[in-house]
Design a protein around this ligand. Structure first.
Ligand code: PEP
Ligand code: MG
Length: 575
């Protein structure tokens, strides 16, 4: 049966392929092939996880026997031990690894599905309810396995035309999928500027989030058309629709190829205003794409991704090497390294988010200042890399003068330790601040006095100004870059910085959205940083823009508070 689902397109383009379903929400795990010579190790990893959980249960049972826990807890533990010892789970998962070369997490969750299906058939309502216990036991084993990560996935059997359909993916999950050959990503949850969407976008494949029931409605191997621009999936399309989309896909490819001609063209408006178009990256490997995009610098290196998907923290040496490689490969073009913006939805493995409102909690610079040793290692690494190119430091989520002063003080201290160690660095390294909290936007003077440059993080600025959680799809309709308050704040920051002659850029998703290019040029912006795949489209728009023509319309837009009128004016501006 053919049907259509609508979500929020977060990365444009058309993909045609076959669905590959990730396991259901609570048991969502990554699937990859393990090389033959690692199979034994993979089975040992699974067995070790079972042993760890068994030990946990046994010690809990002992505490019941010692009278430290309530007696009914004992029956519950017996049941969990029974599930744990069920050969359907452990033995069948081991055989599956041997037979299909899959990773242990995948084998375990697949067997859990078989077991759950059997519970579903049971007539006794009480026993049927025990499905939740199976899930809990499996989750516990999965957690134990996370402490013993397996072979890093290098290839999936789903190559060529597989489309990943998941209920939800964390930014860390998507990072892992960077090494796979999926042609599109679909998730039930998510929103336009969630970090998951940002990473998906950087993969340069069509992605749609907020599809709500896609994971339930789509079956493994269903044929899918994914239109990332419109946010639409067509499931099991008929031949005519397939032909139509293949044609459109071909046209898009052609347009992309044409845009490639602009790669080495200087970005300048028709009236001669030069514009810097920089790239956002997550890892040094992204430089390939940056080169392809013709970016003239890195405007945002989200360094926190170096800290994710691993059990340890990258030390100074490892970070130095990552930053040095980027600096060298960019050949003296600017490389803006943002100090780690961990917390909220980007966490290091094993950290347990306990805050009720993590986006308002210990995140970004707040976490850095609370973890001075970790911050010091990063600052030294960035400073040492500054010897190899035009490296700059960018500090995320600053909200007050005390944070600026403390950060500058710690940078100075890191410099001093390097001098003591006789290690070289750029003594005049530029330090900038992200303006992503309304309080910072409204007290710009102090930021401009103390910092060398500003970078507007519109993703968070919108989230915090409109009080809309950027990762919650239930309020995604309220996340509005064209809200009059946002337009006022963004233009205020740009114009204030321009007046004070402090360089200012935008590195949030607004910078890469072509419908805002002229609006931002009209606000006076001359530095944009975005995901590389979008850069040539924005450059094309810059090349076709004439500032004196734009300004009157931009003035009108900023004074308009009627959404329909504003949309019409924006359409005229982009005509
Ligand atoms: C932003 O908030 O706009 C930004 C660029 O930072 P991030 O998306 O990583 O929070
Ligand atoms: Mg941000």
């Amino acid at each position: 049966m053919s049907f259509i689902l609508q979500g929020i397109g977060v990365s444009g383009g058309i993909a045609i392929g076959h669905a590959h379903l990730a396991a259901p929400a609570a048991l969502e795990v990554i699937h990859y092939l393990v090389p033959k010579n690692q199979i034994k190790r993979e089975i040992a990893r699974l067995e070790m996880a079972f042993a760890v959980v068994r030990k946990e249960f046994e010690s809990l049972q002992k505490s019941v026997a010692d009278g430290h826990a309530r007696a009914e807890f004992s029956a519950f533990l017996d049941l969990h031990l029974m599930i744990l010892d069920d050969p359907m789970l452990s033995e069948a998962a081991s055989s599956m690894i041997t037979q299909t070369n899959c990773n242990a997490e995948w084998a375990l969750t697949q067997q859990a599905q078989v077991l759950l299906a059997q519970f579903e058939e049971i007539e006794d309502a009480y026993l049927r309810e025990r499905k939740a216990d199976v899930m809990q036991v499996v989750e516990r084993v999965l957690k134990a396995m996370m402490g013993h990560p397996g072979y890093l996935p290098i290839a999936s059997k789903h190559t060529g035309d597989s489309i990943l359909v998941a209920h939800d993916l964390s930014p860390a999950d998507v990072m892992q999928y960077k090494q796979h050959q999926f042609v599109a990503f679909l998730t039930d949850l998510g929103s336009q500027t969630s970090h998951t969407a940002i990473v998906a976008r950087s993969l340069n494949i069509p992605s749609i989030v907020a599809l709500h029931h896609a994971h339930q409605l789509i079956l493994e191997d269903d044929c899918l058309i994914v239109d990332g621009t419109q946010g639409i999936i067509i499931v099991n399309p008929d031949k005519y629709v397939l032909d139509e989309y293949r044609l459109r896909q071909g046209q898009l490819e052609l347009e992309k190829k044409k845009l490639q001609r602009l790669r080495s063209v200087t970005a300048v408006t028709l009236d001669g205003t030069p514009v810097d178009l920089y790239a956002n990256i997550e890892l040094p490997e992204d430089i390939e794409q940056v080169k392809h995009s013709g970016a003239t610098g890195i405007g945002l290196f989200r360094s926190e991704f170096l800290f994710m998907n691993r059990d340890d923290l990258p030390d100074e040496e490892e970070q130095f090497e990552a930053y040095r490689i980027v600096a060298v490969k960019m050949h003296k073009q600017p490389v803006v390294i943002r100090t780690f913006d961990l917390g909220a939805d980007k966490n290091i493995r094993g950290s347990t988010q306990v805050a009720a409102n993590p986006a308002l909690g210990l995140r970004a610079i707040r976490l850095s200042l609370a973890e001075p040793k970790m911050f010091h290692a990063q600052l030294r690494a960035i400073l040492r890399a500054s010897k190899f190119g035009d490296v700059r430091i960018l500090v995320p989520m600053l909200s007050n003068v005390a944070e600026i002063d403390q950060t500058l003080h710690l940078i100075e201290y890191a410099k001093q330790t390097l001098r003591d160690d006789k290690l070289h660095f750029d003594e005049h390294i530029k330090v900038g601040g992200m303006i992503e909290i309304p309080a910072a936007a409204l007290s710009l003077d102090i930021f401009m006095r103390k910092l060398d440059f500003l970078s507007i993080g519109t993703n968070d600025l919108i989230q915090y100004t409109l009080a809309v959680d950027r990762i919650d799809d239930t309020v995604a309709h309220l996340y509005d870059p064209l809200h009059p308050a946002i337009l006022w704040l963004v233009s205020h920051i740009i114009q204030s910085a321009n007046r004070a002659q402090v360089p200012v850029s935008i590195c949030g998703e607004m910078a890469g959205d072509m419908q805002f290019t002229r609006l931002l040029l009209g606000f006076g912006l001359q530095q944009f940083s975005m995901y590389p795949a979008q850069l040539l489209t924005v450059k094309n728009q810059v090349l076709k823009s004439h500032l004196p023509d734009i300004l009157p319309l931009v003035q009108k837009i900023i004074k308009t508070d009627q959404p329909e009128k504003l949309a019409a004016l924006l359409a005229r501006l982009n005509d």
